[in-house]
Design a protein around this ligand. Structure first.
Ligand SMILES: Nc1nc2c(c(=O)[nH]1)N[C@H]1C(S)=C(S)[C@@H](COP(=O)(O)OP(=O)(O)OC[C@H]3O[C@@H](n4cnc5c(N)ncnc54)[C@H](O)[C@@H]3O)O[C@H]1N2
Ligand code: MOO
Length: 405
């Protein structure tokens, strides 16, 4: 077991133990928000034919090259093509074909002139100015060419991707199964929100917050309730959770006190503990173990510490399990807007709100930073990454931030 390792080492160790879940085939509507498990190539070009982007006339640029308002060129309208119909007859010299938006441009024509730019009378149109070749002309394959890669494995299928896939006639695809993430809270002091609190008891808030975060990723949270601070009971609960889940998250019992039962529980379970304690605050006592190829991440019981560690340690793990290719949070530099007087020997993540003002990313603190205080998680869209051995921070300092949304 490694102890007091850096956040980066911890994430690497966790990721090295995770393989994406297996795949399944789903229909297009059911694929929204899922993660693609195959590369998708365009089976047709989009649009499949050159098409008119507006209502007008398909003509040859060469025929209208000499047109002026004083000496308009006259062209004969020989037929009409509406959207959904098709004509293979070539447009010949001094001919025009009436064409509607979305209709295929007939061969021979290389320019579309808008209705409102011509004068029509007795089957003829007058054109008053030339247009360069390919004006108002949408080429076949302008959007996607047949054979082109459209989406790669590991991408989230967003609503706009659903539209593109439908446009290409793709009705089903392989996606990663939604991983099941079990969540267990430990602590003799905990009661469920449906119970009445007795003296010394508090509601189990971590389970609900973590389940909501896990749900946001598209994975399925599996609430496993509360285990008391008894290693054998915790081991039993984790064992049960491992049967139906791809990953287990726990909170509480990871510190050094008499009641910190998690390490003993994991030993009883026969899990391999890979690290304990990660070198940042809040959330230092995080613990990571593997049992039968499945990972168990144990977070601090302190609610804000647990959620900050969710962002830093668990989110990358769930992303890899889901098959997601791009899970790295966005980091940036920002200008701190207020003092933070507490010097820190250990690396520290502060809860902040980042916003753009006059072209600069600025960040202010969202309130009290204690590991058990949740109020400052509200409105927090950013963690300020304060390096170890930083002195007091001053308003105006440049700080590095991790953007959470
Ligand atoms: N002697 C030391 N004591 C502590 C150390 C230390 O190094 N030496 N580390 C402190 C740090 S840092 C943290 S973080 C906590 C971690 O404690 P645990 O992870 O073992 O968590 P608990 O003691 O079980 O709980 C901490 C705190 O959070 C409340 N809690 C727990 N679970 C929930 C829940 N599901 N919902 C809401 N609130 C919860 C619990 O009641 C405690 O108040 O240890 C320090 N101690
Ligand atoms: O490392 Mo603990 O989570 O700060 O209180």
């Amino acid at each position: 077991m490694r102890e007091l390792i850096s956040l980066e080492e911890a994430v690497n160790l966790i990721l090295a133990c995770i393989k994406p879940v297996d795949e399944e085939r789903v229909s297009l509507p059911a694929a929204s928000g899922r993660i693609l498990a195959e590369n998708i190539f365009a089976s047709v070009s989009l649009p499949p034919f050159p098409r008119s982007p507006l209502d007008g006339y398909a003509v040859r640029a060469v025929d209208i090259a000499a047109a002026t308002p004083e000496k308009p060129v006259e062209l004969r309208v020989v037929r009409e093509i509406s959207a959904g119909s098709y004509s293979e007859i070539e447009v010949k010299r001094n001919q025009a074909v009436k064409i509607l938006t979305g209709a295929p441009i007939p061969p021979g024509a290389d320019v579309i002139i808008r209705f409102e730019d011509v004068r029509e009378a007795r089957g003829k149109i007058q054109v008053f100015r030339p247009l360069p070749t390919n004006s108002n002309y949408c080429f076949a394959g302008e959007d996607f060419c047949k054979g082109e890669m459209v989406l790669s494995a590991g991408a989230v299928i967003k609503p706009e991707a659903i539209g593109i896939l439908a446009g290409l006639g793709i009705s089903e695809m392989r996606v990663y199964r939604q991983p099941r993430v079990a969540i267990l809270s430990t602590g003799d002091e905990l009661i469920d929100i449906t119970e009445n609190p007795g003296p010394g008891k508090i509601y189990n808030s971590n389970l609900y917050a973590l389940a909501a975060f896990v749900g946001q990723t598209g994975a399925q949270p599996v609430p496993e309730g509360i285990a008391p601070d008894k290693p054998a009971l915790i081991a039993c609960k984790i064992n049960q959770a491992l049967q139906g889940a791809d990953m287990v998250l726990t909170t509480g019992g990871v510190s050094v006190g008499d009641y910190d039962a998690m390490k003993v529980a994991l030993d009883l379970l026969g899990a391999d503990i890979l690290f304990w304690r990660v070198n940042y605050r809040p959330g230092t006592p995080s613990l990571f173990a593997v049992k039968d190829g499945k990972v168990i991440i144990c977070l601090s019981g302190n609610p804000a510490a647990a959620l900050i560690s969710y962002h830093l340690l668990v989110r990358p793990a769930v992303a890899k399990l889901q098959g997601l290719d791009n899970w790295q949070p966005v980091r940036s530099m920002a200008v701190l807007q207020e003092d933070f007087p507490k010097a820190s020997g250990q690396r520290r993540f502060l809860r902040g709100y980042a916003y753009l003002e006059q072209g600069f990313l600025k960040v202010k603190l969202t309130g009290l930073q204690s590991p058990g205080v949740m109020k400052s998680m509200l409105g927090c869209n950013t963690l300020i990454d304060v390096p170890a051995n930083s002195g007091a921070l001053k308003a105006g300092d440049m700080v590095e931030v991790v953007l959470l949304h």
